[in-house]
Design a protein around this ligand. Structure first.
Ligand code: DAH
Length: 353
């Protein structure tokens, strides 16, 4: 049989196969057999170079014609079979095409990031800038430069995760490493005073770590937002005005705030700020443990020692600082009873925010 006869035979055989295909699946098998990588027609096309010159033009033309007509026939048959298959699917009543489609769930911001952004926006609106500090800190920034006395309980191994110092320079006098996971964002205050030009108006959100077992009101890792202002003539009145404005922005105009005297090593005087309970409005309930108030942050005037340690003259400059737990704010704002719910990743919980 000559090559031309062979090709013509192939053409009519393939036409029969295409006509005989009963499903798109079968049709695909025919396509692969003829036009696939090692399909019959593909092999003929590849072998073109070894055909005697005199025959090449004629054979080449024929192969291309067959290829074009096979492709066209495959195409037409595919559309026909596909339509039939769809009709069967629809008829078989297993699909109700009148049902609304299933929407894809898009991810959203986590509640914690939402609160960090919301609080950052409030302070950005007041002219503050946002700063970050390292989560792996040295004892100096986390404690010493913040006036934390050597016997301060927060320095103990029970409260702080100490990290082995790779330089081999491991332990200080108390047998602790000088490198630790920061227990508070307050160390960023020191970085700010060392690196920024005065006056300083910054907030610093970030993760902090403590050796606590997770329970409804403790987590071993959580988020804080630190605030620091250092300028000429800053008073406690500025601190109160700023934080009262902040509380109303976050919790709503009706909520009242109160400042309670407290102690922090790096501020003097220091205070804790409470906001009136949003559930009982001050009457006393389980949420506020009968007091009518919920504690939301710590604050105070920057201790002159702290300014001095960072080479700022306390005779010329004064400042205030504050720090809050983001998870706690989230729980108070949305009446979440257990901090751990924020970490569990339960979509039924997270979708509410
Ligand atoms: N760092 C404190 C803590 O973790 C919170 C705090 C209190 C931050 C008073 C401050 C401050 O900046 O002035 O408990």
């Amino acid at each position: 049989m000559s090559l031309v006869d062979e090709l013509n035979a192939l053409d009519s055989r393939v036409a029969d196969q295409i006509a005989g295909a009963c499903s798109t699946h079968e049709l695909e098998a025919v396509r692969v057999e003829v036009l696939g990588k090692s399909g019959e027609l593909t092999r003929h096309l590849r072998a073109m170079g070894s055909i005697p010159k005199e025959e090449r033009a004629e054979v080449g033309k024929l192969v291309n014609q067959i290829k074009a007509s096979v492709e066209e026939a495959l195409d037409a048959k595919f559309r026909l079979l596909k339509n039939q298959e769809m009709e069967v699917l629809i008829d078989s009543s297993s699909i109700d095409i009148t049902l609304p489609g299933r929407a894809q769930h898009l991810g959203t911001r986590h509640l914690i990031n939402g609160i960090v952004d919301e609080i950052s926006d409030i302070f950005l609106g007041l002219g503050y800038s946002v700063m970050e500090g390292p989560e792996v800190e040295t004892d100096y920034y986390n404690f010493e430069a913040l006036n934390a006395p050597a016997d301060h309980p927060s320095r103990s191994m029970q409260d702080t995760f100490y990290v082995k110092d790779l330089s081999g320079d491991v332990a200080n006098v108390r047998g602790e490493s000088d490198v630790l996971l920061r227990t508070q964002t307050s160390g960023v205050q020191v970085h700010a005073m060392e690196t920024q030009e005065l006056p300083i108006y910054v907030i610093a959100p970030g993760k902090v770590y403590r050796r606590d077992v997770a329970d409804p009101s403790h987590l071993p890792q959580f988020h804080q937002i630190e605030g620091l202002v250092v300028d000429k003539g800053i008073t406690f009145g500025d601190l109160k005005g700023t934080l009262e404005f902040f509380c109303k922005q976050v919790f709503g105009e009706q909520r009242r705030t109160r400042f309670r005297a407290h102690y922090f090593p790096f501020t003097e005087p220091s205070a804790e700020v409470d906001v009136s309970c949003g559930i009982c409005h001050g009457e006393g309930c389980r949420m506020c443990k009968g007091t009518g108030w919920l504690e939301i942050l710590g604050c105070g005037m920057v201790d002159p020692n702290v300014l001095e340690m960072s080479n700022i003259d306390p005779e010329v400059y004064s400042g205030f600082a504050f720090g809050m737990g983001v998870e706690r704010i989230a729980c108070l704002k949305y009446d979440v009873p257990d901090l751990r719910m924020l970490l569990e990743g339960d979509m039924r919980f997270l979708r509410q925010f």
